[in-house]
Design a protein. Structure first.
Length: 193
């Protein structure tokens, strides 16, 4: 199976289609519904979103990154994959995270990057939980494990837990050098194709 087929399968899975949540972001409510993943799956299937495998800029790290706009190192509407182990639920959850960024781009959503990244991590954690991946699969203190705590708070309707862990996730993202160049800026989706 090609990685493109695998991504489409992940995005059309029942675990992904049970990802549904909302939270209050910096400039309003952020809503994530299954139709966002269906939209992204269609764009991957049609080839509107390019895929670059074993992207050397990531070294040997398991990472993925969706690029909505061109810059000196990346093309627009492209998913870049590192040397990921592609037969794991961790990989699948990472694809859900990046596909949400793609869906926001496709739908021309404008939002603060901090909310976009929080939504990506929460979607990733929702997929992980839906697929039976335990929170202990993530590193202690990582963005993903904090997002897993947000999901657990959302599922138990504990607004105080969601508020606390959403604040912690935002603080972590703002202090992570990986995100420092853009996390305080705005994302502006411009569609694909």
């Amino acid at each position: 199976m090609s990685v493109r087929d695998q991504i489409v399968r992940i995005l059309n899975s029942s675990e992904t289609h049970r990802v549904r949540f909302s939270f209050t972001g910096a400039e309003g409510v952020v809503n994530v519904t299954p139709d966002l993943f269906t939209t992204a799956a269609a764009s991957f299937r049609s080839g509107q979103i390019a895929i670059v495998e074993n992207f050397s800029a990531f070294g040997n790290r398991d990472i993925a990154q969706y690029s909505a706009a061109s810059d000196t190192n990346r093309n627009a509407n492209t998913l870049y994959l590192g040397r990921n182990q592609r037969s794991s639920r961790l990989f699948n959850a990472l694809i859900v995270h990046e596909a949400l960024h793609a869906a926001f781009d496709i739908n021309q959503v404008r939002m603060p990057w901090i909310d976009n990244e929080c939504a990506g991590y929460i979607a990733q954690a929702y997929y992980a939980r839906n697929s039976g991946l335990p929170r202990t699969a993530y590193l202690y203190g990582s963005h993903a494990i904090i997002a897993y705590s947000i999901v657990e708070g959302m599922r138990s309707h504990s607004d105080s837990d969601v508020t606390f862990f959403l604040g912690a996730l935002k603080d972590n993202l703002r202090n992570d050098p990986l995100y420092s160049s853009y996390i305080n800026d705005h994302f502006a989706g411009d569609g694909v194709g």
